[in-house]
Unconditional design. Sequence first.
Length: 327
Amino acid sequence: MSKAIRIEKHGGPEVLQLVDVTVGQPGPGEIRIRHKAVGLNFIDIYQRDGLYPMAMPLQLGMEASGIVEAVGEGVTHLKAGDRAAYASQPPGSYCEERVMPAKCVCKLPDAIDFDTGAAMMLKGLTAQYLLKKTLPQGGLQSGDHILFHAAAGGVGLIACQWAKALGYQLIGTAGSDAKCALAAEMGAAHTINYNTEDFEVRVKQITGGKGVKVVYDSVGKDTWDKSLNCLSPFGLMASFGNASGPAPAFAPGILGAKGSIYVTRQTLFTHISTRESTQAMADDLFAVVTSGKVKIRIDQRHPLEQVQQAHRDLEARKTTGCTILTL
């Protein structure tokens, strides 16, 4: 048996319930893992509240770390006793123990502790595919300006550090002066408090009117229109979240009028659809973390049974850095 968090219907944090579930043996291509820590992400909220409709009942959670207890037939990259971490579908990490597909589970280097492993996988792999694979026409060069919304969040703080290591001038937005200061501390070249400043105006000032080559946006509705205006000709609008609600519909013709710009909607799970791509991205993430160039900041820890409060805080944007559930 395992303690797990399950929902029977979409709704607010109150639908999150602690239950006992039976954990069986892994089948072909699967592992059984006992968790040490579990990561919390905005996609968990989207699945809980119905923005991303899911079949019920649903055990939430997309990332965690722990010890592999058993492996099924055909699994060769892991064995019982291995330290491991993952960001993976299907959901189900909000628990003590689970059986799951092995494809996206990676060995966790000894230099990375379990809390960090749980906090870093989904957010770190997201930062990796954004900065390394989701690039404007002609790519990015050292010194280029990029705009990153929610720069004090879990993905944002990783991106601030990684972008600095790559030589980019990251302009980070956040909702308070304290969050802006945190983003700057972590490597943002410029910060903008979007509650007290017009970020479109400030971006144009910072870039001498040129705009940025790429906008990385997980906020959605509240930042969409002005973000398009921040792009230089042929720039890329990379949407990867909807923290304020889905981005509005738009007529494709505006992309030409705004400078022949590009728009893409990215999701991590396309990028980690194969064992090989998952491992390559994870290796890149592990290397930049163990080098010290990127530090994983965990600012909130909640016991598994306090998951409702963890969701409330994340949804209200009261958090900075990463949030984990402890077991």
